[in-house]
Design a protein around this ligand. Sequence first.
Ligand SMILES: [Zn+2]
Length: 204
Amino acid sequence: MRRQLAKCMASLVSKGLMTGTGGNASVRIGESGELLITPSGVYKPDLRADDIVKIDLDGNLLEGARPPSIEWHFHTAIYRRRGDAMAVLHTHSPYTIGLALAGRQVEPVTVEAAMVLGEVPILEFMLPGSEELGRAVGDALTNHRAAILQNHGVVTAGCNLAEAINIAEVLEATSKMMFVASLFGGARLIPPDRIESVRGLNKV
Ligand SMILES: [Zn+2]
């Protein structure tokens, strides 16, 4: 799991979902109240498995030589509220942040977006690493798969790391499509009377 976490951060940097110093991720260890989380202060493409640290749900360092990500508050807040969440990912996705800066919601403009995302709330600006941000993100992710932090980034939660990554990738891809469509007058939406059927599809 440590290797997987380190590898995924480098891959998300190369895909343009975060800069080398931004973003973080964690996975919960089974049913325990412990999680593996990326450390703060390491350039993501250089992350190694033994840089990943173990903390408890109060942010206490259990294993590792580095401090945990300063965003451990929202990681633990999500695990406390969502028994099904086994992985949490925070990215600085540029197209998604760009739409939020302009006050635009991400909409279900494609089949994939409708199936994977649902509604994605935009949370007002709060200080990174604060308990206030932790509480707000925990509340938002209780009944959403992703949330946007204004002037900052994106948080997703999934039943495993692959699902949390997929939600972040679909969100950013959807934002890019909305941006392209905005250059030509805006996106056409899936007809409202079909959207619920699309959301019910398991696979395309
Ligand atoms: Zn951040």
